[in-house]
Write a protein that binds this ligand. Structure first.
Ligand SMILES: [Zn+2]
Length: 453
């Protein structure tokens, strides 16, 4: 080997951890080639190792094998460094998929994925309000609603409420952070407004373009059907090996739960079909499975609703109370309203949560929605009863075991996925306030977690 003495010292660590995929047992020539390549590679990246505690090393095709997986360890008194090869992350959101309906009858593909990794059986936790856009903004920034500004689906500008898709979240998104680190991203989103809500136009590939409702088959609420999202993946995604981070949103369960109720046979059938759609997506990842980490979540649950909408603005007006009311399903956001004691004394208010000096969320008894009532409505969300999220990890990459182990010990919040993805891909998202699921391990790329930075 033509290597310097300093590198040879590191070689002992490298050799012990090398895994050669595709090599025959006892194929000495192939193993020797792999080890030499690793040493040279380490020498090349050595300078960068001191700067970052997560490095990406990929050795492909050079020795007639598909890929070499390796972990390079270097322990010091203060910090452990590790090098892993390319990680390709696919983050899937199944909108409103109830964690309580995850099971062999309805979600066999999801459970098959979980069998390659793991699942938080108690489920993840939505941020409040348990609406779609606040949680997607948290998924993508690792920030709470009071930080990214999307507390309900529409954002208060100081003078009016406007759709959060026209503003986007405050704070850096995983699309921006990945781009800054020279990584590639893609977003294929069944709810076209999520392009604006998540700032996905920054991604190298985003669909539908500019968040305009696409000319594809739409569901009852005029969102793209899951199949259209998969067709868009086939048409626009450059392939699982070519993109570092892919975000996919399947909308179908949300529409079905709103129309039929989350526990209805009709909704469960749409969940079953969505699981089959997930299976189709996973098939597309198979060629790069050894590099792949798949995370599947839902953004919120739904609850069965009935009766009429509760008009809190009318109640304020009747009692001469101040405040601007924005209904959001089974909760409502109040701007510059009464204190919580006053709110809790009102009919139709069972709970209140102060978000900041101007904003308070309230929710009511089971079955009650705020604002306008629609006769077709049988399911809704927004309040604390709908916070449970699906939380599943899988894939062929060795780091999946670490993620799965973390899910055995804690319930992830919606804000935890962005820093987890940042750690997996190896880019910095230091502004996030969520906690990476890899924070217990050395596979951390966040400055706060590394005493050397
Ligand atoms: Zn949703």
């Amino acid at each position: 080997m033509v290597v310097g003495a300093a590198v040879v010292v590191a070689t002992a660590v490298v050799v012990g951890a090398v895994v050669v995929v595709g090599a025959e047992e006892g194929d000495d020539e192939l193993h020797a080639a792999a080890i030499s390549a690793v040493v040279i590679r380490v020498a090349i990246i050595n300078r960068r190792l001191f700067k970052r505690d997560l490095m990406v090393v990929t050795l492909c095709e050079a020795f007639g094998m598909r890929i070499i997986r390796l972990h390079v360890g270097r322990k010091s008194d203060s910090c452990q460094h590790r090098v892993v090869e390319t990680v390709k992350v696919t983050f899937v959101i199944e909108d409103a998929m109830p964690n309580r309906w995850v099971g062999p009858d309805i979600t066999p593909k999801l459970l098959e994925l979980a069998s390659t990794g793991g699942r938080c059986e108690a489920g993840g936790q939505a941020v409040m309000s348990s609406a779609t856009y606040p949680n997607h903004a948290s998924f993508i920034t690792g920030l709470r609603p009071i930080d990214h500004g999307v507390m309900v689906n529409r954002v208060w500008t100081g003078g009016e409420f406007v759709g959060s898709e026209s503003i986007g979240p405050i704070g850096e998104t995983i699309f921006e952070a990945a781009r800054r680190a020279g990584m590639s991203t893609a977003a294929l989103l069944g709810d076209h407004k999520l392009v604006g809500v998540t700032g996905a136009h920054v991604a190298d590939v985003h669909w539908p373009p500019e968040g305009v409702r696409p000319d594809v088959e739409l569901d009852e609420f005029r969102y793209a059907l899951n199949q259209a999202v998969i067709d868009a993946y086939d048409a626009h995604h450059p392939g699982p090996g070519a993109v570092d981070l892919t975000v996919v949103h399947f909308n179908d369960p949300d529409t079905a739960c709103h129309l039929h109720g989350p526990d209805s046979p009709e909704a469960r059938e749409r969940m079953r079909l969505t699981d089959s759609d997930l299976g189709q997506l996973l098939e597309r990842l198979r060629p790069e499975w050894e590099d792949t980490v798949v995370i599947v979540v839902s953004d919120h649950d739904q609850e069965t609703v009935w009766g009429e909408g509760f008009d809190l603005a009318e109640e304020f007006s009747r009692k001469g109370l101040p405040g601007i009311v924005e209904p959001e399903g089974t909760c409502a956001l109040i701007i510059d309203g009464p204190d919580t004691a006053t709110l809790m004394g009102l009919d139709g208010v069972d709970g209140a949560l102060v978000l900041d000096s101007t904003s308070t969320l309230v929710w009511g008894p089971e079955g009650q929605v705020f604002g306008q009532w629609y006769d077709f409505l049988h399911g809704a969300h927004g309040g604390p009863r709908c916070r449970e999220q699906v939380a599943v990890v899988g894939g062929g990459h060795p780091v999946v075991a670490e993620l799965a182990d973390a899910l055995n010990h804690r319930r992830p919040s919606a804000v935890d996925w962005a820093p987890t993805i940042a750690d997996l891909c190896g880019f910095d998202l230091s502004g996030a306030t969520g906690r990476s699921l890899l924070s217990r391990s050395a596979l951390v790329n966040r400055p706060a977690a590394s005493p050397e930075e």
